[in-house]
Design a protein around this ligand. Sequence first.
Ligand code: S3P
Length: 172
Amino acid sequence: MKDNIILTGFMGCGKTSVGIRLSYALKRTMIDTDKWIEKKQERSVSDIFAEDGEESFRQMETACIRELIETENHRIISTGGGLPAREENHALLKELGRIYYLKVTPEVVFERLKGDTTRPLLQGEDPQKKIESLMAMRQPSYEKCADYVIEVSGKKFEEIIEEIVIKENSRL
Ligand code: S3P
């Protein structure tokens, strides 16, 4: 197993923001799977969804994880919200590192992502309902695929970072 710190969780749970702060706190560089895919594809996640469909994007995510296993170590890796929903990614994520699931409520996600145009899955009629149903559907996968569950709703970034740093240090 590799020594990466992997952040998972629903869209808007704060993976990127927590990841950036954590990278300063632990002096590790950060990789974001969405950005990694966008760079490789030279187009945005929204364009990939629109042009090739969701299934193609899911295959790119799995390919991304496979490549990171081969190439990366001692990093912080922030993952797209749908990655743990695919069963075959669980063993790959475990191989890639320790998995911290940032657990958030649908209310917090809705508040944070109101008006967001970059998440293709939330662009429909009723984003609030979509957040609730998608989160309920994915919850078991997130839990199953986690080494640690960190509740993030209502917490300051500093508190979240501290929790993760304590867990990391207690392993040493
Ligand atoms: C998705 C989450 C997004 C991105 C894509 C699909 C999902 O990443 O991968 O829009 O299925 O939950 P974030 O979780 O970083 O928003």
